[in-house]
Design a protein around this ligand. Structure first.
Ligand SMILES: *[C@@H]1O[C@H](CO)[C@@H](O)[C@H](O)[C@H]1NC(C)=O
Ligand SMILES: *[C@@H]1O[C@H](CO)[C@@H](O)[C@H](O)[C@H]1NC(C)=O
Ligand SMILES: *[C@@H]1O[C@H](CO)[C@@H](O)[C@H](O)[C@H]1NC(C)=O
Ligand SMILES: *[C@@H]1O[C@H](CO)[C@@H](O)[C@H](O)[C@H]1NC(C)=O
Ligand SMILES: *[C@@H]1O[C@H](CO)[C@@H](O)[C@H](O)[C@H]1NC(C)=O
Ligand SMILES: *[C@@H]1O[C@H](CO)[C@@H](O)[C@H](O)[C@H]1NC(C)=O
Ligand SMILES: *[C@@H]1O[C@H](CO)[C@@H](O)[C@H](O)[C@H]1NC(C)=O
Length: 589
């Protein structure tokens, strides 16, 4: 309800702004701010060409079963100028479409399939029954299923083919050196934040070498780009994803004590920390007591339609005629993809209108939790290799961020951390001033993510636990993403593996027995829904409908995906933590 006021307020100020501009007869272009245009560097000629292929395919094949990403994943059989010429020479109808048979002939002659540049590869450390696998899983049915989920690492393991290394200019796939575990289905390249839960599962499967290979690939991306890309594609170069590389390094280090891994990772992590704390990602805000804080936000360096969803984004923006407003919306869409929560009412001023996405004007609770963890992790890893100046510096940085999160996000009365919406009226200023009315008090699972890192404070955990229990987010099959049934995929009734995992692990780490009981209860519901759905459909899903046990999720801009990296990882990590006794029925209750 408070956020309803917030939304009204925001809309009202936009209205006043528009009216004022119209009264003085200014060009609409004046609504553009400097940051709306830049910093964007056009992407590769190949991506731009594939966007035109995608648009033509849409006209030719129509919207039914159309996945725009498929077309930017194709690779070329010949050099770009040759393929381009052949494409230009195809006969067109008045609406610009090519006949289905001409188009299919062209694809066969000049393009390789969307998965042709990835080779299956059996992970070097995969064995059917790893020694010491899930020792606490006693129930035979659950154990057999867990072994099947474990075997899916083979299905999801890929290596970038030699063609890509030899001719990178013909591929949007980036040439990574080590094998990768992909999420699955249409996501057949490596993704940033997915990889954290993949690695948690690989650890349960004792596949440390595969986990390290994933980490080394991500470090290589930082060396090349200065940050980890959303995914390993030429069209993902201008945005990142929730930064969890430090968490991956810590988990694998704890299992292997591999000092070389830490030495290699540390400089990359420090570079990544800078990326998230400078330039467009850095926001300075003064709290109610007058102290200033630095916090981070998502902000894609992109203001065009996302290449992998070019036709969709163009359609979303179709009624926005002002170029500058269009650029702004495209940046908000790409920035929302950077959050990992694409899409959700969490980022929308008007929950039924995607063009009101305002992600760059929000200080997100979860992002700052991840960066706080990054700071603690870097400090820990620096200690491991004896770099004492970094130990100190990042320890100080983590203290400052904790303070900032307490001042800006924490709500004592509600026992939750709320996203903070920056006041659009003070957008021109360097320093924002905190105001209670700009905390978004809507219920999202992200309001509880700091539990994952703030486990040392027992009273706080108790309060947050009670708040979670009475929030309405905990359902038959796990934690819902929000309370709003919006048809967006990061909303009710969908539940996502990473969110279940962070909240459950936060409760467990608190050390409180009561918190552990709640954690276990949520984990059991989640495992059951994964188990029953798998038995029914023989696949692991990307997301689940938590309103009832045994149903996968829907909504959003693409059809439900299977495979699935992080779902497999979280099931294995939960079974490692809680086990499954002989007498506990894994079916829906
Ligand atoms: C374009 O024209 C073709 C053939 O004239 C037609 O089949 C197709 O439906 C049209 N596509 C659109 C998007 O109007
Ligand atoms: C966007 O990505 C391209 C690589 O495709 C890079 O050259 C450019 O610097 C990036 N822009 C920013 C602001 O990082
Ligand atoms: C963050 O922004 C504030 C205000 O513009 C500025 O004073 C500060 O130096 C910036 N911090 C970094 C690390 O860039
Ligand atoms: C915010 O960042 C600036 C630049 O790095 C730094 O000088 C300042 O001390 C920071 N403020 C806080 C409260 O950490
Ligand atoms: C929100 O968006 C919907 C759909 O575009 C529209 O009908 C409604 O009037 C909007 N509400 C507000 C408060 O602007
Ligand atoms: C969510 O809304 C859709 C209609 O938009 C409806 O079909 C569905 O049953 C609702 N889901 C739940 C769990 O309420
Ligand atoms: C995994 O791969 C095996 C062997 O190729 C296949 O039989 C099985 O159907 C695959 N499982 C899934 C869920 O794709």
């Amino acid at each position: 309800m408070a956020s309803f006021q917030l939304r009204k307020l925001v809309n009202f100020s936009v209205f006043v702004f528009l009216t004022a501009a119209m009264v003085v007869g200014e060009e609409p272009a004046h609504l553009c701010k400097r940051t709306d245009h830049g910093p964007v560097v056009p992407t590769t000629p190949l991506v731009i060409f594939l966007e035109t292929i995608q648009e033509t395919a849409y006209k030719t094949f129509g919207p039914l079963k159309f996945d725009p990403k498929f077309y930017v994943d194709l690779s070329l059989k010949f050099d770009l100028p040759i393929v381009k010429q052949a494409f230009t020479d195809l006969p067109r109808t008045v609406n610009g479409s090519v006949s289905v048979s001409d188009f299919n002939d062209f694809l066969t002659k000049f393009m390789n399939g969307a998965e042709a540049d990835l080779d299956y590869v059996k992970p070097i450390d995969f064995v059917d029954k790893p020694e010491g696998f899930l020792p606490k899983v006693v129930h035979q049915g659950v154990r057999n299923w867990a072994l099947e989920v474990h075997s899916l690492w083979k299905n999801l393991s890929r290596k970038v083919s030699d063609q890509v290394l030899e001719h990178p200019e013909l591929h949007t796939l980036l040439p990574l050196k080590h094998p990768v575990i992909i999420p699955g289905s249409r996501f057949h390249e490596v993704y940033y934040w997915d990889s954290y839960w993949v690695i948690r599962g690989l650890i349960a499967s004792k596949m440390y070498e595969t986990a390290k290979g994933i980490i080394f690939n991500l470090i290589d991306l930082i060396d090349t780009y200065g940050y980890v890309l959303n995914g390993a594609r030429a069209y993902y170069t201008n945005r990142s994803q929730p930064p969890l590389l430090s968490s991956m390094v810590i988990e694998v280090y704890k299992q292997t004590n591999d000092m070389d891994l830490v030495k290699k990772a540390l400089p990359a992590l420090i570079k990544e920390h800078k990326f998230w704390n400078s330039g467009v990602h850095n926001v300075t805000i003064k709290d109610a007591q007058g102290s200033t804080h630095n916090l981070s936000r998502y902000y894609a360096m992109w203001n065009r339609p996302r290449p992998e969803s070019f036709t969709i984004d163009t359609e979303t923006a179709i009624n926005i005629l002002n170029d500058c407003e269009k650029e702004k919306l495209y940046r908000e869409i790409a920035s929302t993809a950077e959050t990992g929560w694409d899409f959700s009412t969490r980022w929308m001023k008007n929950t039924s209108d995607l063009t009101t996405l305002s992600t760059t004007m929000i200080l997100p609770v979860d992002l700052n939790t991840f960066i706080l963890k990054m700071e603690l992790d870097i400090s820990f890893l620096a200690k491991v290799v004896g770099e004492s100046s970094h130990v100190l510096h990042f320890n100080e940085a983590s203290k400052a961020r904790k303070k900032a999160m307490d001042a800006i996000f924490w709500n004592e009365e509600k026992g939750q951390w709320f996203d903070y919406w920056l006041d659009p009226d003070s957008n021109h200023k360097d320093v924002y001033t905190w105001d209670a009315k700009f905390q978004n008090q809507d219920l999202f699972a992200s309001n509880f993510i700091p539990l994952w890192v703030r486990f040392q404070d027992e009273n706080l955990v108790k309060k947050v636990k009670q708040s979670l229990e009475s929030s309405g987010l905990v359902h038959a099959a796990g934690i819902a993403t929000s309370l709003t049934n919006s048809t967006q995929q990061w909303d009710f009734p969908n539940g996502w593996a990473p969110v279940q995992h962070m909240i459950v692990e936060g409760l467990v780490r608190s050390g409180s027995e009561e918190a552990r009981l709640l954690a276990k209860d949520i984990a059991i519901r989640w495992i059951r829904t994964n188990y029953v759905t798998y038995k029914k459909l023989k696949v692991m899903h990307e997301k689940y409908d938590v309103s009832k046990c045994g149903e996968f999720g829907g909504g959003g801009e693409y059809v439900p995906q299977t495979g699935f990296g992080w779902s497999n990882g979280v099931v294995l990590a939960f079974l490692e933590e809680f086990g499954w006794p002989e007498d506990l029925d894994p079916h829906c209750q």
